[in-house]
Design a protein. Structure first.
Length: 257
């Protein structure tokens, strides 16, 4: 109780103002308004002095750059070279957030994600070379926040996409395990109103991991996940960019069954 009181007493008006800005940034992120997010962050950073508060802005900057780059690269608006350059900027922002506050799970996650996507764009060999680094950042995020759904999701994708044996650490069972955990954590947040949208990539990547593993019952579970995504998307009046991409991917996976 004493610690709480001290925090309340010593909290400055600027902290409350930053909380409002951060809430606005997160709302804009969910709407894929990444240019506006970056404008807000760049306007707030010069006047933000506390390390932890600056870290909150820097990891959000990494998230915004990565998210915008991912969408625009998938749509063909950015070349591989342009995307890699922007992802290096995202990594730099993430590492800056870690320097400011090593306890911040989001800083570790988004740094690892930027490295992973940049390696993926460069090609298989680069992705293999960087896979261990990406895993370390994701595991660091989970160490700091065991309920970090995106870090579980990222590990699930890593374990599916990488080869196993002496080449790398790919593991179909772990891919499914992490994928299921990511969905469980996401569903809790969605049902509690913490996030306004379902992250359909979580469901589709688990479906893909199940199809890749191919154990008894995996195909049926994958089919249910794909049908669930398609059903949920049909209920929406208007699809944002990521939902449109999910719709296309769900159709492709359905055709593979």
């Amino acid at each position: 109780m004493w610690v709480v009181i001290v925090l309340l007493v010593t909290a400055s008006p600027s902290m409350y103002a930053l909380d409002e800005i951060v809430s606005e940034i997160d709302e804009l992120h969910e709407l894929d308004e990444h240019d506006r997010v970056l404008q807000l962050i760049d306007s707030e950073l010069p006047g933000t002095r506390a390390d932890r508060e600056r870290a909150e802005l820097y990891w959000r900057k990494a998230r915004a750059i990565l998210s915008d780059t991912d969408i625009r690269h998938r749509n063909g608006e950015l070349s591989d070279r342009e995307a890699r350059t922007r992802l290096e900027d995202a990594e730099e922002a993430g590492r800056r957030a870690i320097e400011l506050d090593d306890s911040n799970a989001e800083a570790h996650f988004w740094t690892g994600s930027a490295i992973g996507l940049e390696g993926q764009i460069r090609g298989v060999l680069r992705a293999l070379f960087q896979a261990g680094t990406v895993r370390d950042f994701a595991e660091a995020a989970i160490e700091r926040n065991p309920n970090h759904k995106e870090a579980h999701y990222l590990l699930g994708v890593l374990y599916r996409e990488l080869p196993g044996g002496i080449i790398s650490f790919g593991d179909d069972d772990r891919a499914v395990e992490y994928g299921r955990r990511a969905i469980d954590l996401h569903e809790r947040e969605y049902n509690a109103g913490v996030v306004p949208f379902r992250y359909f990539d979580f469901y589709l990547d688990l479906a893909e991991s199940l199809l890749e593993r191919g154990d008894s019952g995996d195909s049926d579970e994958a089919d249910r996940l794909i049908r669930f995504v398609q059903s949920e998307l049909r209920r929406l009046d208007r699809l944002n960019v990521r939902q449109q991409l999910a719709e296309e991917r769900a159709q492709e996976l359905a055709e593979e069954l």
